[in-house]
Design a binder for this molecule. Structure first.
Ligand SMILES: [Zn+2]
Length: 541
């Protein structure tokens, strides 16, 4: 969304002359404030650790992040933020705002977990807290701890220095379902924002600009209706919706050979019938259809639609209206914001890892059969924009939708271990340990320093918009993948959470009783496989 103020040429000239007039003392004042913010972030390390551990212990799946959102909304309100809850039709979504005037800086990070990723932190072998339950096997428990710590440090300086500007904080609800951010955009959440900075867990302190290496996607549910009958007594009277699902998948997997190499697609069967002696009258299959850009995503979607119609025709079933459960534009990140982030990344540097941190990392890497290189000790370089032929497809994040509506970049911070599979219990192990805590503090320093850059140097906002208008969106215009009739799929994951929440609740972190979550769980850090092959797995309270 275009900000309403400061976009005229006269405004730009005024901003420029003001900036050059103050140029002599501005860098030193800015540098001093940045150093102070970094020290303040360091002083808030315990709060950062508590947020990381608390959200880890909730382990909630997309659209069901009720405890996580309650906790964060209360914390932000206690710290002076105004919070609008249940935004864009999602009960767990919210927008927190503090400050007044320009620039408006919108910072977000994801909060949802991964199915079946429940795992004891600090234990370098498979050891669930609750068997079969979800957990933070993507590390989404850490990003808002980064953003909120940074915002609190910067807020204190803004109050003291009377700096104009507004900070918005929001959660990436249901990112694993790419379920929320396109609706945020459609609902005007970013209408008043000048720039967006996103944060995401990684194993290094990094950022990038230009097109992402991964894909965008549509998440689509194909539901078929047949007719039930006694599977043995009168099968000829039935029409199996499951047959349609199976034939659709067979059709898709044959067609796969003739799709572009950059595509990715995968499916699960949420409904495959009830029991074998009843011809399934209903069945559904859920596809993620990923490609590099909007036209190719739409092409892929059209292929899937034709195969679904063919499967219905073959089986005498009917295809229900196709539901879009989520979507993501492939991200494109802003050069000006990324370069500002990277300057601060170089100043902050990677955390100092302890010997136990490295021991946990190496033990897990050996457990997974990958190179036991340990934790990152050298900063990544600022990756320049990828060329078209370097884009080979991969994962998606609906921050892509935000990135095509206002200048946006992602700060990646080092709270996890290199060489992990992603979306897996192994990715949860470091996420409530000193590795995650130190990585989040490093990320919060960079975030705070970058907020100050954009608060004190209005020309940076102008430059970010110049890149957005003249480079990024010169030939590509955003059009949502969600259709006007689509609504957030907030019913997803309700069943799983209803089943596991009672058992998970017993493991919620209580910071009033325990300094850290590891301490509460009674886990020796690190717990690694013993020479005899056994893995203690920590004590379950
Ligand atoms: Zn993620």
């Amino acid at each position: 969304m275009m900000p309403s103020l400061g976009r005229s040429i006269a405004g730009a000239l005024l901003a420029f002359s003001a900036a050059s007039g103050a140029a002599a003392q501005q860098p030193t004042r800015l540098a001093a404030l940045k150093q102070e913010a970094a020290r303040d972030v360091e002083a808030r390390a315990q709060l950062t650790q508590q947020m990381v551990d608390q959200i880890f212990s909730f382990g909630e799946l997309g659209f069901q992040e009720t405890e996580t959102s309650r906790y964060l909304v209360d914390l932000l309100r206690r710290n002076g933020f105004t919070v609008r809850e249940a935004i864009a039709g999602m009960p767990t979504a919210w927008l927190a705002t503090w400050g007044s005037g320009k620039p408006v800086i919108s910072i977000g990070s994801d909060i949802d977990g991964i199915p079946q990723a429940s795992q004891k932190p600090g234990v370098a072998c498979r050891s669930p807290l609750v068997e079969g339950a979800p957990g933070h096997g993507e590390g989404h428990n850490s990003g808002l701890a980064v953003n909120i710590t940074a915002a609190l440090a910067v807020k204190r300086l803004m109050e003291r220095e009377r700096l104009p500007g507004t900070i918005q904080i929001w959660p990436g609800v249901a990112e694993e379902l790419v379920g929320a951010k396109a609706y945020f955009v459609r609902d005007g959440v970013f209408r008043d924002a000048d720039i967006a900075i996103f944060s995401h867990v990684d194993n290094n302190l990094a950022t990038s600009w230009g097109d992402i290496a991964g894909n965008g996607l549509v998440s689509v549910l194909y539901s078929f209706q047949g007719r039930s009958a006694h599977s043995a007594g009168a099968p000829w009277r039935g029409r199996s919706a499951l047959d349609a699902v199976e034939l659709m998948n067979i059709g898709w997997n044959y067609r796969r050979e003739h799709l572009r190499l950059q595509h990715r697609s995968h499916y699960v069967i949420p409904d495959g019938g009830d029991q074998p002696n009843v011809v399934p009258p209903s069945a559904s299959v859920w596809y993620y259809l990923r490609e590099l850009d909007y036209p190719h995503i739409q092409e892929l979607f059209a292929v899937a639609d034709s195969i679904a119609r063919g499967a219905a025709l073959m089986t005498g079933t009917t295809l229900a209206p196709v539901r879009i459960l989520g979507s993501a534009w492939p991200g494109h990140f802003n050069r000006v914001i990324a370069e500002a982030l990277y300057e601060n990344i170089k100043q902050v540097g990677l955390p100092t890892w302890s010997e136990p941190d490295q021991r946990l990392a190496r033990a897990l890497q050996r457990e997974l059969g990958v190179s036991d290189s340990g934790l990152a000790t050298r900063l990544d370089t600022l990756r320049p924009a990828l060329r078209a032929n370097e884009r080979r497809g991969g994962g998606s994040d609906d921050i892509g939708d935000v990135s095509w509506n206002l200048p946006t970049a992602t700060l990646r911070f080092p709270s996890n271990i290199p060489g992990l599979p992603g979306h897996n219990w192994a990715n949860a192990i470091a996420m409530a340990t000193p590795i995650a805590h130190k990585g989040a503090t490093a990320g919060a320093k960079v975030m705070a320093m970058t907020l100050l850059d954009f608060l004190l140097r209005p020309e940076l906002v102008q430059q970010a918009w110049a890149y957005f208008r003249n480079v990024q969106t010169k030939d590509v215009k955003y059009q949502p993948l969600i259709r006007p009739q689509d609504r957030p799929a907030t019913e997803l994951n309700q069943g799983i959470m209803a089943r596991f929440r009672p058992a998970m609740r017993r493991h919620y972190y209580d910071p009033s009783k325990h300094r850290t979550y590891l301490e509460q769980l009674g886990i020796a850090y690190p717990t690694v496989r013993a020479p005899d092959g056994s893995c203690a797995g920590g004590a379950t309270p």
